[in-house]
Design a protein around this ligand. Structure first.
Ligand code: NAD
Length: 370
């Protein structure tokens, strides 16, 4: 059993793996605290029926890198609660509260919302143990999706990438896959910088207009619970056609692995902003690089949400959150693209080097180092 758990261990972590089992409530959960050298570890609490210790560890390591790359005073962690997130609300509240009580003494872990949990769930956690991020505004939170924290970060990354990619934002044509919290804010912040949205999709369809789509109209459609396919003015295209749309910037903001070896050559864009997590396969990342397409890795470009969460944790305001996102993501995008160019490596490889260097440096400053 011990061997089984230690199969994840390497020089960075994980520091702690906690299995939680509360038979009276049927609560089964896992917490992985990967690394806390830079500070208390921030990472989401995911609720799903099919989570695993391995998934939890991989997500925790991704948070170690994302927080380090963003230069936050936080390590990385993650937790998973086994269960169907659409269970009746009272059952969910009981389970989340019991989970919170079980991690009361894991003080180096600061939970946040993730798939299957939300701001309300974080309010329950705060009520139990007084420690979490991603809270509703009414209890001191900064509502990440409402202010467009991640979308702003993507627009800032595109701005910082201009000198490397040659894609000027003024007049740039943008395509967004997944017009949700990340996607629609990214379109809006890019439009404010002179770009125009020419194509967008959601889970039900895709639309295209080379002259430019009306972002406000699409947002209103989505707010009414509609689908982009109902947008009257634009030409309907298939979800598969979206990748080959004539544009300068392509933004995956929905699912993983949507840019793959079998479709990457269809991309016409010269800049890809990775809003979704792991939206491109490793082979597709390499092919984009060979074709001179600049692809800003997910944990650099989409760190706006966790940066805002960190500002919330330290008692900052929305304004400070937005300013911090702009400052950090611009600097990190430049650092990654500069290193990638200098060392002739992929932006993702450069991002991992940068993040790992920061974690190792933080570790070297801790007391137990020789
Ligand atoms: P969301 O649920 O608000 O929006 C997702 C959108 O994608 C919806 O419009 C949905 O209709 C659409 N969609 C789903 N499947 C699709 C498909 N196959 N093709 C096209 N569109 C599809 O989610 P979100 O918060 O915007 O997150 C999007 C992605 O970004 C996720 O991968 C998430 O993990 C990642 N992410 C989000 C944040 C954040 O701050 N919200 C931060 C970092 C990463």
């Amino acid at each position: 059993m011990a061997e089984e758990v230690f199969r994840f261990a390497d020089e960075l972590g994980p520091e702690k793996i906690l299995h939680i089992w509360e038979p009276r409530l049927g609560l089964k959960a896992i917490v992985v605290v990967d690394n806390t050298a830079a500070g208390p570890a921030i990472g989401g609490t995911r609720m799903a029926p099919d989570v695993s210790a391995e998934e939890c560890f991989r997500l925790a390591r991704a948070m170690t890198f994302k927080n380090a790359a963003a230069g936050l005073p936080h390590g990385g962690a993650k937790s998973v609660i086994f269960g169907d997130p659409s269970m009746p609300a009272p059952d969910k509240e009981r389970r989340v509260r019991a989970f919170a009580a079980a991690i009361r003494r894991v003080e180096e872990y600061v939970p946040g919302p993730d798939m299957g949990t939300n701001e309300t769930a974080m309010a329950w956690v705060k009520d139990e143990i007084g420690r979490c991020v991603g809270l509703p505004r009414e209890v001191g939170g900064i509502p990440l999706d409402e202010i467009g924290a991640t979308g702003l970060g993507l627009a800032v990354a595109a701005e910082a990438a201009q000198e490397f990619s040659g894609v000027r934002l003024e007049g740039a044509r943008v395509a967004v896959q997944g017009f949700g919290a990340v996607g629609h804010h990214a379109a809006r912040f890019l439009a404010a910088r002179g770009a125009r949205l020419v194509a967008a999709s959601d889970s039900k369809g895709a639309v295209y207009d080379p002259k430019g789509l009306d972002i406000g109209e699409l947002e209103a459609l989505k707010a009414r619970g509609g689908s982009l396919a109902q947008c009257g003015a634009a030409k309907k295209i298939t979800a598969e056609d979206l990748i080959g749309v004539d544009c300068d910037i392509w933004i995956p903001a929905a699912r993983p692995d949507v840019i793959r070896e079998d479709n990457v050559d269809g991309l016409k864009a010269r800049l890809v902003l990775q809003g979704a997590n792991i939206p491109a396969t490793p082979g597709a990342e390499r092919r984009m690089h060979e074709r001179g397409i600049h692809s800003i890795p997910d944990f650099i470009a989409n760190a706006g949400g966790v940066i805002a969460a960190s500002v919330e944790y330290h008692g900052g305001t929305e304004k400070i959150a937005l300013d911090t996102i702009a400052e950090k993501i611009a600097a990190n995008t430049r650092a990654v693209l500069d290193m990638a160019r200098g060392r002739r490596i992929l932006p993702r490889e450069a991002a991992v080097v940068l993040a790992r260097q920061r974690v190792e440096r933080a570790m070297s400053l801790r007391r137990w180092q020789a």
